[in-house]
Design a protein around this ligand. Structure first.
Ligand code: ZN
Length: 231
């Protein structure tokens, strides 16, 4: 049995479930999951010079610079616990970052999903104003229509989910991410996955593809997690 997994990054539009998929894959492979968003928020909460620098970006609502993002990811993945592979999400965001991190990434899984499906999914999101629980009318409906399962409060639409905001996020996404996708395609590292089926189907498809890269590792984990049935 080999004990090294690939270093994988998952990319996809808002609403593609990329962080969920990255977490599932990392769990199945038994390797760490890196969420750039979580990482930035964590570092910003610490009173260090790097923390303060990142906090200043976040406070201004700006995207953290290429240099700083690369420096952060390189520092993280150089640690011992990442030497057997990892699943990352939220990086690289630009071609400059992609070039700088190229040697740290073996595969990029691109969860492809039509804009119309993204819009429908995001508009179906509801949350509880009292306890903060999130729901989705399509993928994760509450037990009773319009009411929170936990505290029975009336659910509301998420404020950042109006159609105009979603369209703008998609526009920004396409402008910034497509060149990064094209970069990894040119490096033969890109794996495209259809993100439109249910979460479980998408995660099985991702695992199947990764299994071809690390057959022994995934075979043993499939038995453990019961995911070895045919798709
Ligand atoms: Zn609630």
């Amino acid at each position: 049995m080999i004990n090294t997994c690939p270093r994988v990054v998952i990319m996809g539009p808002p609403g593609s479930g990329k962080s969920t998929q990255a977490e599932i894959l990392a769990h199945r492979l038994g390797i760490p999951y890196i969420s750039t968003g979580d990482l930035l928020r964590f570092i910003a909460s610490q009173n260090t010079s790097l923390g303060n620098e990142i906090k200043a970006y976040l406070d201004r609502g700006e995207i953290v610079s290429d240099d700083l993002t690369v420096q952060l990811i390189v520092t993280i993945v150089s640690k011992d616990e990442y030497k057997h592979g990892y699943v990352g999400e939220g990086f690289p965001r630009t071609v400059i970052q992609a070039e700088a991190m190229d040697s740290l990434i073996d595969y990029v899984i691109y969860i492809k999903i039509a804009d119309s499906v993204v819009i429908k999914r995001l508009l179906s999101r509801l949350s509880c104003p009292k306890c903060g629980e999130n729901y989705n009318l399509i993928t994760q409906p509450p037990l009773i229509q319009g009411v929170c399962d936990h505290c029975q409060t009336k659910l509301t639409s998420r404020s950042d989910d109006t159609k105009a905001i979603i369209l703008n996020r998609l526009k920004v996404y396409h402008q910034t991410t497509e060149p990064v996708i094209a970069y990894f395609q040119s490096k033969n590292k890109l794996i495209v996955i259809n993100g439109e089926p249910e979460v479980e189907i998408v995660s099985k498809n991702i695992l199947n593809i990764i299994a071809k890269c690390v057959p022994n590792k995934v075979e043993s984990d499939s038995t453990k997690w019961g995911t070895n049935e045919a798709i």
